[in-house]
Write a protein that binds this ligand. Sequence first.
Ligand SMILES: *[C@@H]1O[C@H](CO)[C@@H](O)[C@H](O)[C@H]1NC(C)=O
Ligand SMILES: *[C@@H]1O[C@H](CO)[C@@H](O)[C@H](O)[C@H]1NC(C)=O
Ligand SMILES: *[C@@H]1O[C@H](CO)[C@@H](O)[C@H](O)[C@H]1NC(C)=O
Length: 407
Amino acid sequence: MAPCQILVLLLAVLVLGLSLPRSDAIRINKVKTRTSVYVSPEFVLEPGSVANKYFYNIHFPRGHIAMKYFNAEVIDEEGNPIPLYDTYLHHWVLERYYAQTSYVESSGFEDNKDPKFKIVRNSGLCQDNVLGQYYGLGSETRKTDTHVPDPFGIEIGNPAEIPAGYEERWMLNVHAIDTRGAEDRMGCTECRCDLYNVTKDGQGQPLSPGYTGGLQCCYDGTQCSVKQGYNGVKRSLYLRYTVKWVDWSDSIVPVKIYIFDVTDRTNHSSGPSVKHDCRIEYNVEPCSTVDTVNNQCFDNQRAMVTMPTGGYIVYGVAHQHTGGRGSTLYGEDGRVLCSSIPIYGQSEEVGDEAGYIVGMSTCYPHPGSVKIKDGETLVLASNYSSSQLHTGVMGLFYILVAEYQKN
Ligand SMILES: *[C@@H]1O[C@H](CO)[C@@H](O)[C@H](O)[C@H]1NC(C)=O
Ligand SMILES: *[C@@H]1O[C@H](CO)[C@@H](O)[C@H](O)[C@H]1NC(C)=O
Ligand SMILES: *[C@@H]1O[C@H](CO)[C@@H](O)[C@H](O)[C@H]1NC(C)=O
């Protein structure tokens, strides 16, 4: 809200008299959400090519603040939004880390072993470098709501938490696939190894037998098969991202971020240090017996995860790829905590591209109404259409949890 709008509101409160409840007046005083729009470094794509870039120390709001919103989209040099059928946004991921003040990051994937560089993971239960992001979406970016409702916020930049000699920085990983002129657009977006003519992964290791599609076949610099004679220009693209935040204050209730993965196979026999095996991707095999009533069939994956500490869900959203039919998070007793359904595009317009997931529905439970108990085991279910093969799909669920309610 612009300062003049706040002024108008304040004047309206005064003009309407003092009969308004006091809490409304307080709420108006608190509205100081700020918005910053930034543009990532460029990545260059030509028909069929793939960029998987790690941009370190990106522009980001500084100071002790509460994040309220984050979103992004791919644009060209003139700032025009690019449709998914030209440049498929496989994913972008925003990660928080501490770096020694003098540290200059390399341009590849930084592993967490260098003491000059420490990833600050979310509270999710996958481990090491897996799914530790603060935010992350893919093709659904344009129509997925990410705002954190009042009075909650994602606390960042607290000087008391940043180790001496370090500073807080942010990394943006952008994975985009140029499918202009592609022989098989959907196959390229699903990273089919045959279309990329790939037999070794990005580290030069042979693919495991039976690996037919997924991130190991569409790493940075790979090339998907394009129709002969197709001519498309090489172009510079950018991720434009928008952050909304408020200055930190005691009136904000902090939330924890959890990301669950339907491929997570917790090893309960490994003792007190439970091991989570989060594979991020899986394949949906085409069904053999087609349901004759609907002429459709579905693949349902499930995972169980035990929350060390519970709290109140304030936001929830799933992440799925094309073919997704929705995902649900259940409590131990089978109650639905949140259900998130894909929105498929229906036209040629940017943000509504036919056949692509252009948004995911979200959950904003009434404050205090959806509670997870300490130590509760949740069940995550991810539902895909299995009328045809889908490789490299995902079944993630992202929730924000407040450990207490505001009095
Ligand atoms: C696929 O890769 C092999 C070697 O890895 C190469 O000999 C062959 O020409 C490639 N095919 C195409 C269509 O690029
Ligand atoms: C589970 O953990 C135990 C102890 O660390 C290990 O011996 C076992 O192989 C693991 N099982 C699987 C399926 O990874
Ligand atoms: C999967 O989605 C389909 C289509 O929306 C629905 O008919 C089916 O009941 C869902 N299956 C499960 C287990 O949720």
